[in-house]
Design a protein around this ligand. Sequence first.
Ligand code: SAM
Length: 372
Amino acid sequence: MECREITEGSTTFTAPVQDENTQFPPGSAPVFYNTKMEFNRDMTVLLTKIIQPADYLDAMAATGVRGLRIANEAKIPVTINDRDEQAVRIIRANAEKLGGDISVTCDDANRLMCTARFDSIDLDPFGTPVPFLDAASRAAKHFLFVTATDTAPLCGAHFKAGCRRYFATPRNTEYHAEVGLRMMMGAMARELVKYDRGMKPILSFAKSHYFRSHVRVIGKVTAADETIGQMGFVMQCPKCLYRAEQKGSLLPKTHICPHCGVETIPVGPLWMGPLQEKEVLAEMQEILPELQFGKKRQMEKLLTYLLAEPETCTYYDYHIVSRNMKVSPPNMEELIASLNDAGYYTTRTHFCDTGIKTTAPLHVIEEMIRLW
Ligand code: SAM
């Protein structure tokens, strides 16, 4: 196996050379290392520097880069695990070279999480995290971090696979990126509440080919009940862009679109609660300038977006709204300013370049677009 030395953040490690032309899907490489996930890892390293879990399990580690970085850059004791022996040989070599408080195990992640508990657990599988959520929901004492790369089922492009895996109906809407993230978080919530535990998201986002959420786990029945109270549905009109949010129920209530007079279709159940703990994001933003990260500018941009976004559960693609009205899209900044001037809190969104998050209802957005 041809290997090379790589530095991410301030951590240097060895990873096998990945031949992106011959090794597809990516998981077919002998031991997986994906440069496209550096940003994902950067965000978790920055977050753990702030929240300082007592320990951290990198449950499916490949080269171990995630755990190595948490140990080295956030100074947290870590356990790095993979079931693949080749991967574990690389992890051990990397851990020995790096030093620090690092344990390495070669085990099935579910078996490991059934026999040991960790203050924070990170699930970073190929595709869906669903097969690991049950064990992780019991084994994580205070924090659970999850990535999902099965965006097609989560966004509704593979509708039946989404229903089977997540026991929710996704639907391919123009705000599918947010539905995908909230559907993954809904699955996390469901697994936790089974064990009378609740969750409180700290940092959650969607990016190109994956969803990522970091949540606090709260081991109280009241927290579990509050978590169920944050589940709900987006009720989507099948004929127009109108949608309404229903929160606090595991059953959708009939809702008629006021524009078309037809019954709306439930999307969900989804996590309808906050996606971020903004105080923590503000702290991350504050310490970021003095730190070394490969994707620092992207991190700054994401944090700025996430701190500003209102807590609505969908966004509007103003190009699609304009197209439906058969008019040219207005200037985005001017549209956002006019909605804010009218008293509706509105921002850009990290979910989509042409998306706006707003407290304004659809008919107000249309009125503003018509003014151009
Ligand atoms: N976390 C890594 C990173 O940031 O570079 C990437 C992990 S890769 C997407 C998924 C890894 O999970 C693979 O190395 C695979 O061997 C491992 N894996 C898959 N199923 C597993 C299981 N049941 N238990 C432990 N490891 C598993």
